[in-house]
Design a protein around this ligand. Structure first.
Ligand code: NAD
Ligand code: WQD
Length: 339
């Protein structure tokens, strides 16, 4: 079976390509290199020991997509490609709607017209918005998102639900990721943010390596055990393995399913700092500052539906997440080398 992985050279995509090939799938990668380096592709090859096809293509390029579907026998698409910086999306909403929503519509049209109707989509816990109380379950109402990035995920979910209502021969799996961190055990692939990281773990690892001076902890007055924000961090390899299970599910029968991919456990910002210090042996300099706009106090999943229906459960604990994040950062202080 052949899987087209859009955004396959990115952080989650690169780890997923390896697990797909380990599971015996043929992989075709599409990326436009907007937020990744070519070196990631070389390392996917190195770690999997397998060859795969790569197309430099934008998901908004209908002709480019048709070329791929006509050249390859694609059975299922895993759709990672998209822009993901929350703060940037507030400043550049049109770019986010064009790339994420417009790009997905073009991809879906190309799939339909080329007879491929199976898709696994990268959604996000952000669709649960501000109003639901954790643990978050798939049947809770979505909405109330605080930024254009989150709205693109919500809109794409709605588009996919409408598509399935109109044509029930589609297989659609919506995966709502919680907070992916960690890296492949080898330390050869990992998250390589551009500029100053927005997310907690890459910020911590860059403080540890000496590229950044001090972590700002955004608020210690939340209604949480230590007052700092609580999240459901999940190892990126566990997340990647969840995609392998989702592809199996999509292949079984037509349908639309939604699954949380999380661990079900919440850790605070200070828990993360201390766990990282323990795993790395490096002290993290931090200071408490005011809350970050749009943040909520607590967000973690109920992951039981994915366990029941996908036979998937996260296996890697916080210590392993921190060790693997640190190994990647230490071995690649400047991320991937330039192309
Ligand atoms: P990433 O930026 O590392 O990977 C996305 C990849 O898509 C990049 O390689 C980029 O070059 C590519 N891309 C972007 N726009 C494209 C386009 N128009 N055409 C072709 N390629 C394009 O991000 P990631 O962390 O691996 O996230 C993957 C997906 O998961 C995204 O859709 C993201 O919104 C979603 N997600 C991520 C997180 C997270 O915290 N990392 C959480 C929830 C959901
Ligand atoms: C985690 C915790 C911060 C940075 C974001 C997106 C979400 C999803 C995952 C894509 C929070 C605190 C952070 C820092 C801090 N992405 N923090 N200092 O906000 O849960 O989710 O990434 O879909 O949509 O919103 O993740 O890593 O930014 O923050 O104190 O420098 O760490 O306040 O409590 P978040 P995060």
């Amino acid at each position: 079976m052949s899987i087209l992985v859009t955004g396959g050279a990115g952080y989650i995509g690169s780890h997923t390509c390896i697990e797909l090939m380990n599971a015996g799938y043929d992989v075709v990668v599409l990326d436009n290199f907007y937020n990744c380096k070519r070196e990631a592709l070389r390392r996917i090859k190195e770690l999997s020991g397998k060859e795969f096809k790569f197309y430099e293509c934008d998901i908004r390029d209908r002709k480019g997509l048709d070329h791929i579907f006509q050249n390859e026998q694609i059975d299922c698409v895993i759709h990672f490609a998209g822009l993901k910086a929350v703060g940037e999306s507030v400043v550049k909403p049109l770019e986010y709607f064009d790339n994420n929503v417009g790009g997905t519509v073009t991809l879906l049209e190309a799939m339909r017209d080329n007879g491929c109707k199976k898709i696994v989509f990268s959604s996000s816990a952000t669709v649960y918005g501000m109003d639901n109380v954790s643990p978050l379950k798939e049947d809770m109402p979505v909405g109330g998102v605080t930024n254009p990035y989150g709205r693109t995920k919500l809109m794409i979910e709605e588009i996919l639900r409408d598509l399935y209502r109109a044509d029930s021969s589609w297989s659609i799996i919506l995966l709502r990721y919680f907070n992916p961190i960690g890296a492949h055990k080898s330390g050869r692939i990992g998250e390589d943010p551009n500029g100053i990281p927005n997310n907690l773990m890459p910020y911590i690892t860059q403080v540890a390596i000496g590229k950044l001076e001090c972590l700002s902890v955004y608020g210690d007055d939340y209604d949480t055990p230590d007052g700092t924000g609580v999240r459901d961090y999940i190892h990126v390899v566990d997340l990647a393995l969840g995609h392998v299970k989702a592809v199996e599910k999509a292949a079984e029968a037509a349908g639309l399913h939604t699954y949380n991919l999380g661990t079900g456990k919440g850790y605070s910002v200070l828990d993360m700092v201390h766990a990282f210090e323990k795993a790395s042996g490096v002290k993290i300099n931090y200071k408490i500052v005011g809350r970050r706009a749009g943040d909520i106090g607590t967000c973690y999943s109920d992951p039981s539906l994915a366990k029941k229906e996908l036979d998937w459960e996260a296996q890697r604990d916080l210590e392993e997440m921190c060790e693997d994040s640190w190994r990647w950062q230490k071995n690649n202080p400047n991320g991937y080398p330039d192309d």
